[in-house]
Design a protein around this ligand. Structure first.
Ligand code: URA
Length: 229
């Protein structure tokens, strides 16, 4: 990789500014000033700028425990974006794989690997998502049967895909769905005449939210976890 690109991929510095600092003699390669932006960086080279040894940032894969009153947009709107919780370089490259409402908490996956986030979100992937659902009214056997076989949501052409309901108690269930329509879980229960009072996502595909990851905290995924998608 060229030296100017290496600097760009390891810092917030733009390609244009990388060329400028190289030309000014502010970058060293193996402790010697290098003014050649096209220099081919070898794996063993030590690149230093401003007394910092630079390392490539690479692709990031993150699990975040979304708190209440934050949104999954990449910019702040009525509430702050969850990306404010992630203090890393090249913050603007991160993309959120699937949204939760401002009042929903739980598992969010974030990455700058667009193909990976697409695999999670694409309707073709049929990626299961599990939610803990708290309800205003006791759930009936009829509502469970409706939700498991498919319900008609307002303004949708087709029934929801088959889902799985696990009863925790009469006003709390775990629901697993493979779709991600706007406000889907709340609308599914509304279609049965009930109301969701609190919603928390615990799982996406094979990946479960760490039980000990506090709200608002995040961690990098392991190579094994990244390979799930
Ligand atoms: N379904 C909803 O209704 N809200 C969410 O945040 C996620 C799924």
């Amino acid at each position: 990789m060229r030296l100017d690109k290496y600097i760009c991929d390891s810092t917030e510095i733009s390609r244009k500014d990388a060329k400028t600092i190289i030309r000014r003699g502010e970058v060293t390669v193996n402790d010697k000033v290098c003014k050649n932006a096209a220099y081919h960086v070898a794996d063993t080279d030590k690149i230093v700028h401003d007394n910092n040894e630079l390392t490539l940032i690479g692709l990031r894969y993150i699990m975040l425990h979304k708190p209440m009153d934050m949104i999954c947009s990449t910019v702040d709107e009525a509430y702050p974006s969850i990306l404010n919780l992630i203090d890393v370089q090249k913050h603007g490259d991160l993309r959120i794989a699937g949204r939760l409402d401002a009042d929903t908490t739980g598992l969010i996956l974030i990455s700058d690997d667009g193909k990976w986030t697409h695999r999670i979100m694409s309707p073709k992937s049929d990626c299961n998502k599990t939610y803990q659902v708290w309800l205003a009214e006791p759930i009936s056997a009829e509502a469970i049967a409706q939700i498991e076989s498919g319900v008609q949501l307002n303004n949708e052409k087709e029934l929801t895909k088959p889902a799985t309901v696990e009863i925790i108690d009469e006003k709390q269930v775990n629901l697993t769905i493979s779709e991600g329509k706007y406000h889907q879980v709340k609308r599914m229960f509304a279609a049965t005449g009930n109301k969701v009072t609190y919603l928390h996502r615990t799982q996406i595909g094979a990946l479960k939210l760490d039980a000990d990851l506090p709200e608002g905290e995040w961690r990098y995924l392991t190579a094994e976890e990244i390979a799930f998608y």
